[in-house]
Design a binder for this molecule. Sequence first.
Ligand code: C5P
Length: 222
Amino acid sequence: MTADAPVVIAVDGPAASGKGTIAAAVARALGFHYLDSGALYRLVALKALRAGTPFADGGAVAALARALDVRFDGGSVSLDGADATAAIRAEAVSAGASEVAVHAAVRQALIDRQRAFRRPPGLVADGRDMGTVVFPDARVKAFVTASADERARRRHKQLIAKGISVTMDSLLRDIRERDARDAGRAAAPLKPADDAVLLDTTNLTIDEAVARVLALYRAAPA
Ligand code: C5P
């Protein structure tokens, strides 16, 4: 990347840590573009489900990832020309996303698509490996965490609001499984970049967390 490449703020962290909400709010506050990289892994999982391709078949899933016909438009996303905004949030797709994400070939297939979001005036990128792999030269790297219990509580509240009934126990189990898979994989495991700032949101409101990231950005040398 050249020295005058548009600025990137990387917001990484585990499932349900609040990073997506925080990253989108930071992007709005600064008028920057926003990349929800998890949506790409979710779209690949959805495509594999629809195509009947096993998540474990890294080569076949990577071929789907390379050919993915997706469009992001504001808060919505379409796959093969049809709206997929709600479909990619289904629990089966969440679990599938972390299964397809273990394959190095799948991750490689999505790198250029992610980097294409880097456009003036700047980008806020949310995911697991934004600061470590995709944008190692990001100006700000925040690693957002919260306790597993707190993350399960937040997810529970969101799902109840949508009229979906789930138990806290099953959510906590899913979150722990997803954390273990994301942190344990060989390709781009979930871990803070050496130069990331840890932001524990267990006891922070969204507004407070957004303010911390904005303060990091304002304090970061250009
Ligand atoms: O962030 P989100 O929950 O939408 O991501 C879904 C899954 O995609 C994660 O559990 C993770 O396995 C994978 N992912 C990833 N790298 C990213 C973003 C998401 O491996 N940059």
